[in-house]
Structures are given as C-alpha cells and as structure tokens.
Design a protein around this ligand. Structure first.
Ligand code: GLN
Ligand code: ZN
Length: 762
C-alpha cells in the first residue's frame, strides 16, 4: 500500500517564493538568486515528504507562477506576441518570457499584455489560460520538467514522481483564439510532444508519472472521451515501461468512470473526500491491473481527518482488490491548504486539535497507512478529537440557528422592482452618462501594511493607527476628486483582506498567522476558518465609510464583502451544509448594509467575486447551488430603501451559463472583469438583455501596464454597442490594492478621459 502525494504547496512556509519573485520583478535580485530560492524550497518540501514516509513524492508540482503556464511552455505553446520578449531584448531568458506571459511586459520599447487568467475549477487558485489557434503547433520547449525531475532525484536519492497536466485536460483548460476549429482536435498534434517528454523522463530514470486529468470528473463531450481513449492508448504504446497514474479530483467521475478505469494506465486516483460514494461504484469495474489511489485526506480544507471514516474506505478497497493495488493519498494536490499548523501558536488549543494543514496531512496519510497495517493505538486520539468537535459549545449558537430558520419570503426582496429603483436613484445621484468609479481598494503600499504590523506588535496605539488610516483615506479621496471620478471609494486601507477583515469582526471565525494559500502568481490569501455559527455583534465598516463621506460632496460608496464570497474564500465547516453557513453570513451582512444606510451611505457595494467559482463543476448540481447563493446575496441586499443603490462586483468569470442568476441577484449596478477578454465576457449580458446597470472593466489591474485612452475608449465603444448606454458604468476590472500609485493614477486619469470621450460620442 503505497503512500501517494499529488502535489505540495510551493510558496514556502514563510512565502519565500512570493517574496523572491517580487524582488526579481523589481530587479532587486538576479534570476540566479530567484532560482536558488526556488531550489532550496523544493528541496525542503521534498525532504519533508520523504520524512513523512511518502512513497510517491511529486516533482514538477513546483512552479514560479502557475503549473498550467508551465505546461504551455513545456509543449511550446507560446503566443506569437511574446516572441519579441526574448528575440528583441538582449539578455532576456525563458524565465522573462514566462513572466511576460503571466504578467505582461512593458519595458525596452515592448508593450504586451498578460495572458488571460481564470479560476482553477472551483478553487481560488488562478491559472493562465492556454491559447490555441487553428494552425497550432507544439514542440518540446521548456526543460523545466526534466531539470526538476533530475534535481529531485538527486536531492532525495531516490526516484520522484513527475507531475504533469494530462494532455486532454491541458487542451480543455485552454481556449480557441479563432473560429473554425475545436481545440480538442489538437490532441493528435499534442500527444506526440507528451510522448517525447515522457520518453525523456523515462530515459532520465522516471518510474511513476502522474498525469492530472481533473476533467474526468467533469461533464465531457463524446469527442473529449474519444480524445482520452486515443491519447492514452498512444502514450501507452510509446512509453511501455512507465507507470502512469492518472489523477482525478474535485468531484465524482459518474458517467466517466468506465472510461477512466479502462484507460491503459497503472493507477487511477479518486477524490474520496468530495465523492466517497464513487469508490463503491469503481471497485466492481476495475480491470485487474489497475491500482487505485484513494484520496481520503481532504486537500481542500483544514479539518483533521476522520480516521474511522477513511479507514472504512480503505478497508472496502482492500477487501475488493487487495493491499497491493491500493494507495493512500490526499484528495488532491495540497496546493490548496496552508503549510504547517504547528506554526499557529495563537489558535485556541481546543480548536487547533480539530485541524490539519499540509504538513499534518502528510502525517495523516502516514498514520492511516500504519493503522491499516495494525497500529490501531493511533485511532483513539483521533476519535477523541473528532468527538470533541461534534459536540463543542464553541460551535453551536441557538439564536443564530433560530434566525436562519425564520428567514421568510420577503427577506430576499427589495421594496420595488429595478425600473422603479433606477428612476429614484437617477434622481437622487444625478450622475453623468458613463459614470466613473473604482472597485474599492487603492494601493496597499508597504507603508500601510507596516501600520498594521506595528499596531499588531503594540508599537502603535489604535488611535495612532486610525489617524494614519484617516490620512490615507483623505488622500485617496483628494486623488479621486482631482482625477474627476464620479462615485468615490474610501480605499479600503483599514483592511488587510476583503474577507479576513469581516471575519475578524464576526463571531464563528478564527484566523491563522501564516495560513497562506496561493491565489495567483505571487499572490497568496490567508483564508479565515469558519468553525462555528456566524453572527455580527457590532458595526464593521460604518466608521470608515462615514468618515470618508464626511470628506467629500461626491457620493461615497460603502464597501462590503458578500456572503457567498466570505464563504467561498474561507475554510468552511464540513459539519453543516454550505448553504446554512452562507445564510448566517448573509444576515450579518444585511445588518451592516442597513447600518451603512442609516449612517448616510447611499451607494453600497456588496462584492461577490466568488459567486461563479462556487458553482458546482457538474451541470446537474448547479441549480441547487445557484438558488441558495443568489438568495443569500438578495437577503444581504434587501434591507435598504429603493433609492439606496446596491452595487455588486465580480471578477474572473465567464457569465454565459449563469447570466439569468446574475440578473436574479438584482443588484442595481454590477461591475465585472472584462478587459483581458476584450469585452468578450459582456456578450452574455448583451445576449440576455441584462436589465440592470453594468460597469464592464476597461482595464486589467493584475499588471502594472498603463492602458491608453484610446484603448479604453474603444472598449467602452464596444460596451456601448452591446448595452443600453444609460446602463453603462466605467471602472477598472477589479480593486487596485496590488498596484503601485504612479500606474494607478496614470491609468485612472486615462480612464476618466476615455469616459469623457464616450460621452462626446453620444
Ligand atoms: N472591493 C474589493 C477591492 O477593490 C474587491 C476585490 C475583488 O473583487 N477581489 O479590493
Ligand atoms: Zn474583483
């Protein structure tokens, strides 16, 4: 019974990789220094897994930015527009090309945007979307895979298991950049390059290779299924000696199960946390040579494994196919969990004993393996922790449960329908056509972050801290007035993070010191842990919004995070339905919305960037989720008067399949991310004749590139053709907290000019 691991968090216990990458981008360290940091981290992580007794230790799960972008470089899928980064700039290397694709490149006379980025299935990790053209060619390009394999082999003194995105999933993750072909048809061109890579690995000594095919747990077209059959048959023929492990995760294989178990590979990994029931379905179908990797340790959450439940699955598998054909593993890559629980010295011990991070999850795999081999003394402490959690008074608050149980049919309805509200709001705010605004945050400079650090350390009193935040807020208001924006924001300087800030003020949440999880590139988030019933005891944002409104005669937009996003970006309870937790949060946010209105804030944004990512991956499961998610948003937004304008904001989303539900949220204004896709994302709104107001983002905030007036004016023109003009707002794609001041000002000045141009045209 081998102990298998699918992938390990790469950023480092202290986010070393993040820091090194950012220093490299600012040209504060050399490529050599960056690579050295990466190598040390990799070695540390390999050794850690070795120490935990993991038999199949992954390599190539490391990435400087994103594993899908790595795959694009491996197979030489580099859009033509990036070629100049290496051909025209002396001294630029593959690494610079790579970062240019990830982040855009605006130096040395070149100006090229970053590639599109989107969410990795239903996680908060983002990947760089591969682009495909009709005449797409592939060739083995980057050597990173081989270097990492050899490096791991050398460091460990044994053979690691390289991890690659499987060829079918790689194609399905991408998008066609022109009409007239289907990317899945490129499989015939792609597989030979995979074969070349696999043969090369084999010649370097590889034994097991993991090919991630998460799409096997998704809805597939017939063509996709045929691609699977063909691709793996070809790979099998060409790479006879290699042991291939196909990894699926994030769901139930359902109708794809027969396809998956019959792929000519040595092992199949199943996510038994998301879908424990698929084990029983799979066992009778397994051909005799196939090994099953049982993903029993939750790679998506921070709760301690329930050993009894996991052992039941392990024993079920062993009884059916024998010990030799069973592996024990986490459910998916541990990329989505924080590094080490031991570093968390401030979590109440009672609760900490219910939890496990990546490092602890490796131990869980080890212990489950040991228990399965007779070390039953390891069971009792685990059973005690699980039992303590299920009955703890820290978790259950009767009043909170009573309030969600009492939610009635009126609680998710505004007083009047949108048309009526829009009229009242037009009268009240008298905004120009194409009103300009921003999404909320302004640059969180080191100075601002320092303030918070100093407050935490006690070097700054709350009064001193508040005074500094007030200064920053006044400054951002003056900046916005000078630039000429129509609806202002307070800048969110008092917030560490849009979810953490609220979690810290709500009951039922706890926080980690160092529980970072990669979100995209060097960006990490530190999700709160929702461990108990959620409630609000006091105002959370009123003080700052009121202060900001007092500084200006322009409307100040209040800024809240929506219930679904708070849920989605937290580690959530696994002891009650997600919907129940979300309704608890929705009621707390509703109370805050009402408090803001009372305090004189009449435009209130409730951010729900995560609504789309919470969508279940299978069509069949989506309606139920959308019903409760939309309802939760509406509950949070429906406590205010008709002439209070509720905004919402969403990013990185393809809205096509959920547009009617977005409309059902009935926000007066929605701002969305659209610029990276050249307004393509707006088609869904146009096609649906979306009735409410929309601000399609006119520039990408994920890169320091400053967009020109013409460029944004052109996007606005496009938007104005697609939507009723009186409904169009002008704003960036998302919040500006990750940007620096100079580019922020420059971009917003251009944006306001673009809006002025658009007004002239009509
Ligand atoms: N109001 C938030 C901000 O501007 C929204 C961030 C987000 O959508 N991720 O930072
Ligand atoms: Zn956003």
């Amino acid at each position: 019974m081998l102990k298998n691991n699918l992938g390990y968090p790469r950023v480092g216990a202290n986010r070393q990789l993040k820091k090194a990458c950012e220093q490299y981008w600012q040209q504060k360290i050399t490529a050599g220094e960056l690579i050295q940091t990466a190598r040390l981290l990799q070695e540390e992580h390999w050794n850690l897994q070795q120490a935990a007794g993991i038999d199949l230790i992954p390599c190539n799960d490391f990435s400087f930015y994103d594993q899908v972008l790595d795959a694009s470089l491996l197979v030489g899928n580099i859009p033509q527009r990036y070629a100049a980064v290496v051909t025209d700039v002396k001294g630029n290397t593959e690494l610079d090309l790579y970062f240019a694709m990830a982040r855009g490149y605006q130096q040395n006379g070149l100006d090229v945007k970053a590639m599109e980025m989107t969410k990795w299935f239903d996680t908060n990790y983002h990947y760089i979307v591969p682009e495909f053209t009709a005449k797409q060619e592939f060739r083995l390009f980057s050597q990173k895979l081989f270097a990492e394999f050899s490096g791991a082999k050398h460091a460990l003194g044994r053979v690691p298991k390289p991890v690659l995105i499987g060829p079918v999933s790689y194609l399905l993750l991408g998008k066609e950049k022109e009409a007239g072909f289907q990317r899945i048809d490129l499989i015939r061109k792609l597989v030979p390059v995979y074969i070349e890579a696999l043969q090369r690995l084999q010649s370097l000594g590889a034994e097991w290779v993991q090919l991630d095919e998460p799409f096997l747990a998704m809805d597939l077209a017939d063509k996709d299924r045929q691609a699977y059959e063909w691709a793996y048959k070809e790979i099998r023929k060409a790479c006879k000696g290699l042991k291939l492990l196909v990894a699926t995760y994030f769901g139930d294989l359902r109708e794809n199960l027969p396809l998956a178990v019959n792929l000519p590979v040595c092992a199949l990994h199943l996510d038994l946390v998301r879908a424990p029931q698929q084990l029983a379905a799979a066992l009778p179908l397994l051909p005799p040579q196939l090994t099953l990797s049982l993903g029993v340790v939750d790679g998506r959450n921070i709760w301690k494994n329930n050993y009894d439940a996991s052992l039941a699955l392990i024993q079920q598998a062993v009884a059916a196919i024998g010990t030799d054909r069973v592996m024990i593993a986490p459910s998916c890559s541990l990329l989505h969990t924080p590094f080490d629980l031991e570093a968390e010295t401030a979590i109440q011990p009672g609760i900490k004993n219910w939890m496990a991070f990546a490092k602890q999850k490796l131990q869980e795999v080890k212990e489950l393996h040991a228990i399965a081999h007779g070390a039953t003394e390891l069971l009792a402490p685990n059973q005690a922790a699980i039992a303590a959690r299920s009955t703890s008074p820290l978790i259950h608050q009767a009043a909170v449960k009573a309030r969600t149980a009492a939610i009635g049919p009126k609680d998710d309805q505004r007083a009047s329908e949108f048309r009526v509200r829009q009229e009242l709001q037009k009268q009240r705010f008298k905004l120009p056509l194409f009103p300009t605004t921003t999404i909320g945050s302004f640059p969180q400079t080191d100075d601002i972050r320092q303030l918070r650090a100093r407050l935490k350390k006690g070097e700054l009193s709350t009064a001193e801290y508040d005074a500094e935040i007030e200064k920053a807020t006044i400054n951002v208001i003056r900046v916005q007035e000078e630039i000429g924006l129509d609806v202002l924001v307070h800048g969110e300087f008092e917030r560490n993070d849009m979810v953490e800030y609220f979690g810290e003020l709500l009951n039922g949440f706890l926080f980690t010191k160092n529980g970072w999880v990669q979100s995209y590139g060097s960006r990490c988030v530190k999700p709160p842990v929702i461990y108990g019933d959620v409630s609000r005891t006091a105002d959370m944002t009123v003080r700052w919004s009121r202060f900001a409104q007092e500084q200006t005669s322009k409307p100040m937009k209040g800024m809240l995070t929506g219930p679904v996003t708070i849920l989605q970006w937290s580690f959530v309870r696994d002891d009650q339905p997600r919907s129940e937790t979300t309704f608890q949060i929705a009621l707390a946010i509703r109370d805050e919305v009402v408090a803001l209105e009372k305090a004189g804030i009449h435009i209130i944004q409730i951010d729900e960037p995560a609504i789309r990512e919470g969508l279940p991956l299978r069509k069949q499961d989506q309606p139920t989720y959308l019903d409760w998610a939309v309802k939760a948003f509406r509950i949070s937004a429906s406590g205010v008067k008709d002439d209070t304008q509720v905004h919402t904001h969403m990013c990185y989303s393809d809205f096509n399949d959920i547009i009617e539900h977005i409309a059902a949220m009935d926000a007066d204004v929605i701002t969305i991310e659209t610029s990276r896709s050249q307004m393509e994302l707006l088609d869904a709104f146009a096609g649906f004749r979306y009735p409410n107001e929309i601000g399609p983002g006119v520039y990408d905030i994920h890169s320091p590139r400053v967009p020109g007036v013409e460029e944004m004016a052109a996007l606005l023109e496009k938007a104005a053709q697609l939507l009723p003009i009186q409904n169009v707002w002008v704003n960036p794609d998302c919040g500006l907290k990750t940007r620096k001041w100079p580019e922020t000002k420059a971009a917003l000045i251009n944006m306001v000019q673009a809006a002025a141009k658009a007004r002239e045209v009509v």
